[in-house]
Design a protein around this ligand. Structure first.
Ligand code: TYD
Length: 206
C-alpha cells in the first residue's frame, strides 16, 4: 500500500506524515516513511546539492534530476517494501513533477507522464493526501523555519500555479486524491487522515 502526501510549500505534510507513521506503527503495522526528493543515499545526496544550488538549472534538466532520484527510490526502496507488504508513506511523488516541472516550469505534461511511467515501473499511489492551504500561509510558515530552498524562493505567481495544479489534478482523479483543508489544526487534520487511511486499509484487508 502506497500513500503519498502532496501540497504547496509549508502546507504541513511533513508533520502529518510523521503523525500518521507513529499512529500506524503503534497499531502494529509494518510501515515506513520516506520522501522525495530523497529516500535513498543517492537521492538524499543529490537533494542536498540540488535544492540549495544557485546554479541556473533548465526545466528539462530539473525534471530529469527528479526522475533519476525517483527511479532509484522506486527500485531500491519503494517497490521492495511494497512487495514485502509494507505500508509506504511518501512525502511527495509523481504528482510533484506534474505540479512543479509541468504546470510550474512549463515542461510538456506528456513527457512527464512518459518518464513517470518509466521510473515508477507501474507503481501508483493507492491514496494521495493533498493538504490544501493558501500560498501566503504556506510561505509564511516556511519563512519562519530554516533557510529557504530554490523552490521556496520562487515568486508568488509560481506558487499559485502549483496550488492550482494540485487542485486541477485532484479534481481529475477524485478517487485517488483526498483533499484536506490544511488551515485546520494539526490534530483535526491528523484524525481526518487517520480515519480515511484506516478505512482504506480495511478495504484491502490489512
Ligand atoms: P519538500 O517536500 O517541499 O521539502 P521540504 O518540506 O523539506 O521543504 O520538497 C522539496 C522541493 O522539491 C519542493 O519545493 C518541490 C520540489 N519537487 C519538484 O519540484 N519536483 C518533484 O518531482 C519533487 C519530488 C519535488
Amino acid at each position: 500500500m502506497l500513500i503519498t502526501f502532496e501540497g504547496i510549500e509549508g502546507c504541513g505534510k511533513t508533520t502529518q506524515i510523521a503523525l500518521l507513521h507513529t499512529y500506524l506503527e503503534k497499531k502494529g503495522l509494518n510501515v515506513i516513511k520516506t520522501r522525495e526528493p530523497g529516500g535513498t543515499t543517492f537521492g538524499e545526496t543529490l537533494r542536498k546539492v540540488f535544492l540549495h544550488t544557485n546554479m541556473e538549472v533548465y526545466p528539462l534538466s530539473e525534471l530529469l534530476v527528479f526522475m533519476a532520484m525517483r527511479a532509484q527510490h522506486v527500485e531500491e526502496l519503494i517497490q521492495p517494501a511494497l512487495k514485502e507488504g509494507k505500508v509506504v508513506l511518501c512525502d511527495r511523488f509523481i504528482d510533484a513533477s506534474y505540479a512543479y516541472q509541468g504546470y510550474g516550469r512549463g515542461v510538456d505534461l506528456g513527457i512527464i507522464e512518459t518518464l513517470n511511467r518509466l521510473v515508477t515501473k507501474g507503481v501508483r499511489p493507492n491514496l494521495t493526501v493533498l493538504l490544501d492551504c493558501s500560498v501566503e500561509n504556506g510561505l509564511k510558515r516556511k519563512a519562519e523555519s530554516a533557510d529557504m530552498d530554490r523552490f521556496e524562493k520562487e515568486e508568488l505567481a509560481f506558487h499559485n500555479k502549483i496550488k492550482k495544479a494540485y487542485e486541477k489534478m485532484s479534481k481529475a482523479d477524485p478517487k485517488r486524491f483526498f483533499v484536506i483543508d490544511g488551515s485546520l489544526d494539526i490534530d483535526t487534520i491528523h484524525r481526518t487522515i487517520r480515519k480515511k487511511v484506516v478505512a482504506l486499509l480495511k478495504n484491502y484487508g490489512i
